[in-house]
Ligand binder design. Structure first.
Ligand SMILES: CC(C)(COP(=O)(O)OP(=O)(O)OC[C@H]1O[C@@H](n2cnc3c(N)ncnc32)[C@H](O)[C@@H]1OP(=O)(O)O)[C@@H](O)C(=O)NCCC(=O)NCCS
Length: 173
């Protein structure tokens, strides 16, 4: 069964940072170099999430386990004006490996879509590693592969870009 989700607050920064580090270690071994994973320390992620959770244009939700611990999170930015034809950009969607496949990723993404729609967004772009099995998840939920030269947030990794052209449809998925 999918885990409970709620909006994140500044107080969640440490728990999200810890889950982020764990999720990269568990899910990205073999997809990214050990060096790239090791560089994203808890301190690195804490600085990032402290900043992210202060951004008013950002929608961040967490999924909680039985003891209220963070087991997954999603974060997207609403863009005003739109960039490259998109109103929103999905930066992160991660679960602990043990939590995958129970509907929680979909629940987080749908809740994020609901929040972005309330902010006036209609569509959303994202990037994911070229070899990431998560591509199947996004495609299953209706994402469209964008051309290889799609520029938004490009150049960090060997990745591909996708579009959710209709957030309303994603919300109802
Ligand atoms: C990608 C991720 C967020 C998906 O979350 P999840 O909870 O495992 O997926 P869900 O159980 O919510 O799956 C939702 C639907 O997608 C399908 N699905 C899930 N993963 C899939 C995959 N790899 N390929 C095809 N379909 C997939 C499910 O069968 C389910 O279908 P249904 O709604 O018709 O029953 C999660 O697996 C994860 O955190 N992966 C590691 C980190 C990562 O790569 N994140 C993406 C970074 S860009």
């Amino acid at each position: 069964m999918a885990r409970r989700t709620r909006s994140a607050t500044r107080q969640d920064a440490r728990a999200i940072a810890a889950a982020h580090v764990a999720s990269w270690r568990e899910n990205y071994r073999g997809l990214l170099s050990e060096e790239a994973i090791a560089k994203r320390t808890f301190e690195y992620r804490l600085e990032m999430w402290t900043r992210f959770l202060d951004e008013p244009q950002r929608s961040t939700l967490i999924a909680c386990g039985e003891n209220d611990e963070v087991i997954g999170f999603v974060s997207a930015t609403a863009m005003r004006p739109p960039e490259f034809g998109f109103d929103a950009y999905l930066q992160t969607l991660y679960l602990l490996a043990s939590e995958k496949g129970a509907g929680t990723g979909k629940a987080l993404l749908r809740a994020c879509a609901t929040d972005l729609i309330a902010r006036g967004c209609r569509n959303m772009a994202l990037r994911t590693l070229r070899l990431n099995p998560a591509r199947g998840f996004y495609e299953h939920l209706g994402a469209r592969l964008l051309p290889p030269d799609f520029p938004l947030d490009a150049g960090h990794f060997d990745d591909v870009a996708y579009a959710f052209d209709n957030l309303q449809r994603l919300q109802d998925a």
